[in-house]
Design a protein around this ligand. Sequence first.
Ligand code: NAP
Length: 298
Amino acid sequence: MSSRPRKPNINAGAFFVAIVLDGKALAQGTESFLKERVARFQSKAGRLPRLATILVGDDPSSATYVKMKGSACARVGMLSLKIEMGRETSTEQLLRQIRALNEDCSTDGILLQHPVPRQIDERAAFEAIALAKDVDGVTCLGFGRMSMGRDAYGSATPAGIMRLLGHYEIPVEGRHAVVVGRSPILGKPMALMLLNRNATVTVCHSKTQGLPELVRQGDIVVGAVGKPEFIRAEWIKEGAAVIDAGYHAGGVGDIDLKNASLKAGAYTPVPGGVGPMTISTLILQTVCAAEKSAGCEL
Ligand code: NAP
């Protein structure tokens, strides 16, 4: 693991340098200890952990994300099974594939790459994933359990953000967190994870009124909107922890980070912040799932 970072000076006023929440470095550190955990798992269980990825259709960005996840598996010495299905795939065909992976003892985690083609009922497909293999936290049951503070794998992107906040000792309890976006895979679980850590949480969405004023109240601001540099630097409170989940052409995120970083107490760079943490968390949760299924939690 990378060494403990210095404590950030959140909300301390102007004239300090913002802490860079370096997701790339933390993800690399995680991979080093995961390599050892995978080797220990193999010696105890006699097999390697395996993540199955399902890509439906030919969306180039989705293909890149799936490839990156497979490469991360290889880096830590575990297996990945890449399943590619045509763009005409029906819901029933996809459900059959997922059920087969649920039954397959050598598969520990299942990742269905979002989004799937329009004719597929994506929610039904997510729901078909067995809870024990839901390492991306996409099922309602997994989400509900996570929300209630019960054992479940969190959605990988917000869970990765929580790991990053924890690593850099960003204060969460009692702070006002403003999450912009409420998607099932990001904004909503993010809000619940922050709430579970005793933040006071405001969730904003496309119908929210007075967004700039709400964002200005945030000690922690999470941008999960999907629109390039949508959240303006002038909305950011001085000293806030600024978390940008977006990634768009030109290497920008959902927040105007170039300017927001000048007043933030801490911020995630784009790229190199949230993105690597998502993949790292997915791999970590797959290794955990393998250890649980083999009864050799380490
Ligand atoms: P999404 O499903 O499109 O959701 C976007 C959210 O933003 C929705 O809740 C929407 O509100 C809200 N929104 C849209 N316009 C808004 C406005 N004018 N004011 C306030 N809220 C508004 O996107 P997503 O999948 O959550 O992804 C969000 C971002 O994170 C994207 O940039 C995506 O690329 C990125 N992302 C990154 C990773 C990673 O690993 N780094 C993973 C997943 C996503 P409504 O609900 O009202 O429509």
